[in-house]
Ligand binder design. Structure first.
Ligand SMILES: [Zn+2]
Length: 127
């Protein structure tokens, strides 16, 4: 497994289930009630839901390597929605694409303004 040392140090510092020692078991995992999978000697590509969901996302690059190594890159795409700050009001929101610059609320406001503008122009033309 690539980056095993990075994974280990991330677990040591961030994983809430990890204890360096418990009941004379080193690198104990509360979720596993035994040795943490990533510290066990004989596992090639351990998987831990708790780690993947709660700890791994803290390290972007490491997460990518970890998921690619396990052919799980789909999971990366699933969470690929970029967090964007709205250009108008500054509220962070989940963008559906990188082109999206405004939050839901502001998009509605802008749309309404554009519609009003169109109507105004239309009226001017007629008058
Ligand atoms: Zn906004």
């Amino acid at each position: 497994m690539k980056n095993i040392n990075k994974v280990k140090s991330l677990i040591k510092t961030e994983c809430a289930g990890f204890l360096s020692e418990q009941c004379s078991i080193n690198n104990y995992c509360c979720n596993n009630d035994g040795v943490c999978l990533f510290f066990a000697e004989n596992t090639e590509m351990p998987r831990c839901k708790y780690f993947e969901n709660g700890v791994l996302p803290l390290e972007d690059g490491l997460e990518r390597d970890y998921l690619e190594e396990r052919n799980l890159s789909v999971l990366l795409n699933r969470k690929a929605k970029p967090k964007v700050k709205c250009e108008k009001c500054g509220t962070p929101f989940d963008a559906n694409s990188n082109r999206q610059k405004l939050c839901e609320k502001c998009r509605k406001i802008v749309k309404r303004e554009q519609a009003r503008e169109r109507q105004r122009k239309l009226r001017d033309k007629i008058a």
